[in-house]
Design a protein around this ligand. Sequence first.
Ligand code: TYM
Length: 329
Amino acid sequence: KKIILSGIQPTGVFTLGNYLGAVRNWKTIQDEYRCYYFIADLHSLTIQIDPAKRRQQTLQAFALLLACGIDPEKSLIFVQSHNPCHAEMGWLMDCCSQFGELSRMTQFKDKSAKHPDNINAGLFTYPALMAGDILLYQADYVPVGADQTQHLEFCRDIATRFNHAYGEIFKLPEGYFPKAGARVMSLQDPTSKMSKSDTNPKATISILDEEPVILKKFKSAVTDSEARVCYREDKPGVSNLMTIYSAVTGRTMDEITAEFEGKGYGDFKAAVGQSVADELRPIREKYAQLMQDRAYLESLMRDGAERATRIAAKTLTKAKKRVGLLLEK
Ligand code: TYM
């Protein structure tokens, strides 16, 4: 079976973007592939938050994955920091990443512009840690949203470089993107990505939002004055809503245009909101249930950590040998 690996940061409740761009795909491919999914808590250290809150968010993110349909019987789910191989591999990756290429990462540039008071080294070497995550498991495919493309490209570059310097060891991973939803945009500014860290709550749908909240946010989504539902570059608001509707219902853009021919944006927005509310309801219910059973979550985490460490240690040991670290006898 081909190997799938992906991660998500535990910085707040997942957005509809996280869900449609990544996590929903994670669920649908579990039967077909060998899947490893993790909570990227080491990556989240690049942003400062209260430690108690971080712990809570990690537990919540783990429960959210299960609530979204990631099945621990089918997929291996774990917390990144529970497997020490990630940090160790990250250092090996750091040492073959170049300052120049890391400086060109758009996410680094965006995040350092947003947090000028905390441009830490972790933020800079973030893509190297991520490359290590992927290469440790010899992943064939990495299901992510479009915003991770540059990081994936970087991972392939490092793997190629490492293989060239030390002999073939890493498989080159490929991205795996959803047909619709690889890039879900803000409901208030459809030219920028929907993001957990958006300060305007109306811009983002959280996957735990209640139905009335969801409907209201879609109702106030920014569109345009043409009142025609069609997918066009100069209609980013409407196109984004169509993308969401298409991702949730499986309908094509042409079908959606036909469905709302002669109707106003009011009907269209209500339909999109309803489809999203219906999609998210079972997730919210399952999540509430899971959070009641902390012992269950913790036992899954322990099991995941142990299995993930066993798998990752094989590649890590090989890589350490290849670079010439003297292994303990
Ligand atoms: P993170 O936590 O920012 O996002 C998790 C996943 O959600 C996708 N995503 C989106 N997709 C569509 N539209 C959006 N508006 C949107 N916002 C987020 C992201 O593309 C991602 O797939 N660096 C990663 C975490 C990571 C990782 C890894 C991923 C660490 N190591 C190894 C894959 C493999 C990140 O910050 O994701």
